[in-house]
Design a binder for this molecule. Sequence first.
Ligand code: F6R
Length: 250
Amino acid sequence: MITKDMIKHTWRAKVNFIKVNNYDELSCKAAAMICAQVVLKPNSVLGLATGSSPLGTYEKIVEKCEKGEVDFSKVSSINLDEYVGLDGSNDQSYRYFMNTNLFTKINIDVAKTNVPNGCATDLQKECEAYDALIEQSGGIDLQLLGIGLDGHIGFNEPDSYFEKATHVVELDPSTIEANARFFASEADVPRKAVTMGMGGIMSAKKVLLIANGKNKKEIIEKAFFGPITPEVPASILQLHPDLTVIYSEN
Ligand code: F6R
């Protein structure tokens, strides 16, 4: 367990912070970084995220793939999280999101794509197996992240410590409220999720976090220009040696 005090005086890497003018520019840059990773290492392990932030990035990746600029046939992927209780056929599940927005549109082998199973009968075992999978993959080459309004990455919610392992989490009321836009009503948003922990995220060789909108400005400032604290989970990324943040206010 990494507490606040342990990291008070620790070394910080330089954040490569790129401010862009709009969401399209953000998506182009993020897609270019991901595709460059795949061109340089065709069998890359990509850590992928869901939510509204990466939608444009995925569209641009699909375009590049259609133009034959990049080949995903040897790529494997490991997603960050999944709601507990939703299976891949549920259109609100993150497996469904990934299949619909990316996997079925590019030449990735779907058998090499991984999303936690939120319907596993033994969720603890599922979490342990997910960490073993990350390790056996040789580690994530590039991890794509969004950021929640409360600073969560994956579904690592604000807490008094950083949780290292993949785990089951109770979603914050603010996250439930924010994600209600995808469901018929707030009551339909699952209350729990399985999320990769900070260990999996921080062990990625490169991290790329994307965020857009004026409503994310305050949390971006806190996370990347404020103190490192588990109360702002994304702030741990300041310790990552290869972090790029792309932000657009519009
Ligand atoms: C999703 C995920 C979350 C989102 C975050 C931001 O896989 O891990 O951390 O990245 O909730 O969501 P959006 O992009 O919808 O603002």
